[in-house]
Ligand binder design. Sequence first.
Ligand SMILES: [Zn+2]
Length: 339
Amino acid sequence: MTHSTSTTTSAALPHNRLGINYRSVPPRKIPGLIIDAHTHTREPALTREFLRAADAYGIGKIWTMAPLEDVDALREAFPGRFEFIAIPKWQNLGPGEDFIKEWRRRIDEFYARGSRLIKFHNAPGTQKRMGMNLDHPEMQSIMRQAYDLGYHFMTHVGDPKAWFGEGKKYDPKDGQKSFIEQFAMLDRMLEKYPDRIHLGAHIGGSVEELELLQGRLDRFPHYILDSSATKWIIRGIAQQPLEPVREFFIRNQDRILFGSDLVVGEKYDFDHYVSRYWVHQQQWETSYSGESPIDDPDAEDGIPRLHGLNLPAEVLEKLYRTNAEKWLFGKVLGQSSVS
Ligand SMILES: [Zn+2]
């Protein structure tokens, strides 16, 4: 039914259905380098192409969830460019003791390499494969280990709201937690560690539920957000009346950090990487109103949309730079200035 509009674009590239020249970088609303607080890079050879894209779009320092095996090499190849967020060995993901044992070891190894932020990925799908949610005693004990070392926390607990419910990807009949239950679990974690920063990835997984999210931000002053996940965030914003969303970003301007969620991989090229930065630039800096150039299988009627928020310059300054300097480099890493 929806295919009549997509036939003309079906041959187009998934990251560029509108044929935009991403290499011609639109003028920036504010000057200066941007900090990307959420990426997934890999070994230097693969990461180099991503960095060419980051350079083109004025991205300076980058926080990454690179595998432990790549940390030293990335640091050596690109001195001062990356900060590392502790993650488990995802190839081990499973309900067994191996995954947990290895994760515990990695928490120490990342710490020894200077990491002070640890990511807990506990979306319903991951939860199922791991056989543990955030309330699980084993998970609680891992959190405690990280806390005792001095880590701050980062979580991904939500997923697009449209994935939850009967007949959906996260069906309660399959024993999946509901959207509300996922976030009740997050609240318990936030209550437990009020003296550590807690970064909620992907607008705290709640871009479609900004009122609930506002309540969480109000209750937990240590909770901050990153803007990462291009398709999801762009779609979530475009689905709503723009003004309340804009107000949300202005009201919480001290607590939202720019992030792309770019994943480095063999299958991606320069144009794929810059497509995300191009779309984010339109989202935050402009009043662009129309189709998004990035294909989105979850788009309501098959047509991805992008509605720019045209945030004020002083808000962009915080989103792009000073919030990451204050929260991540300052509070998490304890640095008094970012060189
Ligand atoms: Zn991510």
